[in-house]
Design a protein around this ligand. Structure first.
Ligand SMILES: Cc1cc2nc3c(=O)[nH]c(=O)nc-3n(C[C@H](O)[C@H](O)[C@H](O)COP(=O)(O)OP(=O)(O)OC[C@H]3O[C@@H](n4cnc5c(N)ncnc54)[C@H](O)[C@@H]3O)c2cc1C
Length: 340
């Protein structure tokens, strides 16, 4: 394992923000990881795991040992007629795994196609799209504790998954590096096609009884045609989470702002689309120098070239302030911010 000093992270985050890692290690296994932990501890540097950098805002010089996992591997741990449990290395890219599972006849992940990032980062925010969340498939998460190098195994329940949330953002924040995720998938087609955008797309293609392949293709089509590609328009996907309110408060708001869509969320809560709130504050297509709000997607902040973390966060703060002023709703940003 090589440790590089003063390494640029511009090409390692999808917002293409300029930032430097005090040190960076690309690790190939648990031995490398333990060595990296010891190296960082000896220099009193925190360890910062970085996957594809598609859910982070980086700024300035990160006084940390940034650790990138280059581990690969997909292993069948158990299988029966109904289901299969796969152990997948944290360094694997997410979307190729989804496609491979479909080809093997391991079903369930189709709605999560084309989400950028690595397998190891997927449990951090319990990735979700088109009516499906990762939590439905996680059997175990394997990790190493950064302070001791000891292994830790969490069940799906231990992960305390919720909407874009998990124990890794709270009690275990910054405490570990995920090394493997065990996923329980179905051997029988397990189609979830009722999410409105997806159902509409399938319907428009004349597909009445979709197969997992149909769902996968439709999700890939929708995402490719609608979502800005970070390679051309650097972004971190949805910049804000959809806020949740008690049902009564949400209904009262919808009464005052006709057209505000509400989605039931768990017991007694409704989710409001952050994109709608932002759009109705007039931000869609707004541009301030190098950074702006995508003209088609109010939820997406774009670095048009030369923008930095500070500019992105300043714009995000102005957006959140205006939503708070107009709707009295607090927006929370989705990506994790590093550096200052
Ligand atoms: C265009 C676009 C579309 C997106 N669409 C969606 C979507 O539909 N649904 C969705 O849920 N998300 C979406 N995202 C967000 C993002 O793809 C996911 O959050 C993804 O899981 C991040 O993976 P990553 O490898 O890039 O993580 P990074 O951005 O590198 O890291 C994210 C966080 O996870 C931590 N982390 C990374 N790897 C590990 C590890 N091995 N162990 C411990 N901690 C780790 C990092 O320290 C950081 O805090 C989108 C992003 C983009 C750019």
């Amino acid at each position: 394992m090589r440790i590089l000093c003063a390494e640029s992270l511009r090409d390692r985050n999808t917002l293409a923000l300029p930032a430097t890692a005090e040190a960076l290690a690309v690790v190939h296994g648990e031995e490398d990881l333990r060595e990296a932990f010891a190296w960082a501890a000896a220099r009193q540097l925190p360890v910062l795991p970085l996957g594809s950098g598609s859910n982070v805002v980086l700024s300035g010089n990160l006084k940390a040992l940034v650790v990138c996992l280059a581990t690969t591997g997909r292993e069948i741990l158990r299988q029966g007629d109904e289901s299969i449990v796969l152990g997948v290395a944290a360094g694997e890219a997410w979307h190729p795994l989804v496609e491979w599972c479909l080809e093997q006849g391991y079903f369930g992940l189709e709605n999560l196609a084309l989400i950028p990032g690595t397998v190891g980062a997927a449990p951090i925010q319990n990735i979700g799209a088109y009516g499906v969340e990762l939590q439905s498939f996680v059997e175990r998460v394997h990790a190493l504790r950064i302070d001791t190098g000891e292994p830790l195994v969490l069940s799906g329940q231990d992960c305390e998954f919720a909407y874009r949330d998990s124990v890794f953002k709270h009690r275990l924040r910054d405490a570990l590096i995920i090394t493997r995720v065990d996923l329980r998938l179905s051997r029988q087609p397990d189609v979830r096609a009722d999410y409105p955008t997806l159902a509409r797309a399938l319907d428009q293609s004349g597909i009445g009884a979709p197969t997992p392949r149909d769902v996968f293709d439709a999700v890939v089509d929708i995402r490719s045609s609608r979502l800005p590609d970070p390679a051309r328009e650097p972004n971190a996907g949805s910049f804000f989470k959809n806020p949740r309110l008690p049902i009564a408060a949400a209904q009262e708001l919808a009464g005052r702002f006709p057209g505000l869509p509400l989605y039931p969320h768990g017991s007694g809560e409704a989710k409001l689309p952050a994109g709608w709130l932002i759009e109705h504050c007039g931000w869609k297509g707004y541009r301030d120098g190098a950074v702006g709000v995508h003209p088609q997607h109010a939820l997406v902040i774009v670095n048009y070239g030369g923008g930095d973390g500070k500019a992105v966060l300043a714009l995000a703060e102005r957006i959140a302030d205006s939503v708070s002023e107009r709707f009295a709703v607090a927006l929370e940003i989705e990506p994790r911010v590093y550096g200052g």
